[in-house]
Write a protein that binds this ligand. Structure first.
Ligand code: NAI
Length: 464
């Protein structure tokens, strides 16, 4: 049989498998889910097109979905985030995976296409991170039906590669996008940026299937985005630069969940941390957490390390980079690379230091060190978040896939979050591993605060 995967080197599978075995010991939520649903196989018949960073932790997610009965095909949702040994282990297990660290944008969209190419007609579920797999199908179908001529005018290298891939598929298999779109029963979306895209689609009446917003499970965004970045941001900066962090001035743009974790990460390493924000609530939080809140312009002359965490575009612009100190470090941990105006640096002198680390010379002669070409540096320069916190995220993903695959007809074409009792369940599954002992409510206490002793313990409006 022809091989149905693209990885860097399948010989890395043994190393990947060893790390996978270790990761399983740190992912109690996923392992408990395997135990609970392993026999009933609720995902039997599900053909899941997965687009999410192809890491060791994701490999444990993939094997959980397979254990629950699903057929799975996988690609990474970022050109730099694949761990090649993880991809190799997944390929060797027989799951088609298309992911290579450092793949080109053209390859990226080709791999995105391949995750939908199931033998029996196409995918019926999408598991997405950032929304690219969903975008590929929905945009392709709109173009195919003459509802969108957007692809006539690519405005970036990224769009150019996407549009070329759409045209290629349309030429090879006319009508494919529409057929594939109509086959999808639901999408579960991992991250803030992808969720934002889904709500936009819903608002415009363009969402053709139900979606579960996994990001806004409390046990996702208040843990992965925050505590995950707290561990993986500094990890990425250190692996990239080996710079001394203590005493340096670091600027974190954005103080949402990722910004909070990022500021804590840098502060924990001894940096003197400043924050920029546009939202007065988050700005006040940053100040009361002890960080000086400034504007980017004010901070330019004194900052050594710049990190964007906003999910917004054009946050660090070319005029800012021109004013930075010599050898300032610039990186992004938000989902897309447009937070930093990297495209505007193309006509400058680049010196590649090593994979995902470049030194760029400004007209003044000052140089900046740019990490992962402005793509999320904790996955590009390091290995992303640790297994334990990803277990919470991916347990939500698995429950969301089960929910939409088995009960999708009870949902409209809107964006939903998982119910609170499942959120609490995900947390509960992670307590034992770290020795947490819960206090139990008496019947009287429960009645007094208006809950049941088994939970849910908080009203929907509670913010944690
Ligand atoms: P969030 O919405 O909680 O936080 C973003 C913050 O940035 C908000 O408080 C907003 O007011 C602020 N902001 C927006 N524009 C700004 C500007 N021009 N200047 C300063 N602040 C600005 O979102 P969250 O969950 O923190 O996610 C941020 C990004 O990180 C998203 O793209 C998300 O997908 C991504 N993400 C990345 C992860 C990683 O491992 N690298 C993990 C989880 C999320």
């Amino acid at each position: 049989m022809a091989k149905d995967y693209i990885v860097k080197d399948v010989a890395l599978a043994e190393y990947g498998r060893k790390e996978l075995d270790i990761a399983e010991t740190e992912m109690p939520g996923l392992m408990a889910t395997r135990e609970e649903y392993g026999e009933s196989k609720p995902l039997k018949g599900a053909r899941i097109a997965g687009s999410l960073h192809m890491t060791i932790q994701t490999a444990v997610l993939i094997e959980t979905l397979v254990h629950l009965g699903a057929d799975v095909r996988w690609a990474s949702c970022n050109i730099f985030s694949t761990q090649d040994h993880a991809a190799a282990a997944v390929a060797e297990s027989g799951v088609p995976v298309f992911a290579v660290k450092g793949e080109s944008l053209v390859e990226y969209w080709d791999y995105c296409d391949r995750i939908f190419q199931f033998d029996d007609g196409g995918a019926n579920m999408i598991l997405d991170d950032g929304g690219d797999a969903t975008l590929y199908i929905l945009l392709g179908a709109r173009v195919e039906n003459g509802e969108d001529d957007l692809i006539a005018v690519p405005t970036s290298e990224e769009e150019e590669a996407l549009f070329a891939q759409i045209k290629k598929r349309m030429a090879a298999t006319p009508g494919w996008f529409t057929k594939q779109r109509d086959m999808i029963q639901g999408v579960t979306e991992e991250t803030t940026t992808g969720v934002h895209r889904l709500y936009e689609l819903q608002k415009q009446g363009l969402l053709p299937f139900p979606a579960i917003n996994v990001n806004d499970s409390v046990t996702k965004s208040k843990f992965d985005n925050k505590y995950g970045c707290k561990e993986s941001l500094v990890d990425g900066i250190r692996r990239a630069t080996d710079t001394m962090m203590a005493g340096k001035v670091a600027l974190v743009c954005g103080y949402g969940d990722v910004g909070k974790g990022s500021a804590a990460s840098l502060a924990g390493a001894g940096a003197r941390v400043k924050v920029t924000e546009v939202d007065p609530i988050c700005a006040l939080q940053a100040a009361m957490d002890g960080f000086e809140v400034v504007t980017l312009e004010d901070a330019l002359p004194t900052t050594d390390i710049f990190i964007t965490t906003t999910g917004n575009k054009d946050v660090i612009r070319i005029e800012h980079m021109r004013e930075m100190k010599d050898m300032a470090i610039v990186g992004n941990i938000g989902h897309f690379d447009n937070e930093i105006q990297v495209a505007q640096l193309k006509n400058h002198k680049w010196t590649n230091i090593k994979d995902q680390v470049d030194m760029i010379e400004m007209p003044s002669g000052n140089r900046i060190i740019l990490l992962s070409e402005g793509r999320l540096l904790n996955l590009g320069n390091a290995t992303g978040h640790p297994s334990f916190v990803m277990s919470a995220s991916f347990t939500n993903q698995t429950l969301a896939q089960i929910e939409l695959f088995t009960k999708g007809d009870q949902y409209g074409n809107e964006v939903y979050v998982l119910p609170k009792h499942l959120d609490e369940k995900v947390a509960r599954l992670h307590l034992g591993k770290i020795g947490v002992r819960l206090t139990e409510l008496s019947q009287e206490q429960a009645a007094y605060i208006g809950v049941t002793p088994e939970g849910p313990f908080k009203p929907e409006h509670y913010r944690y």
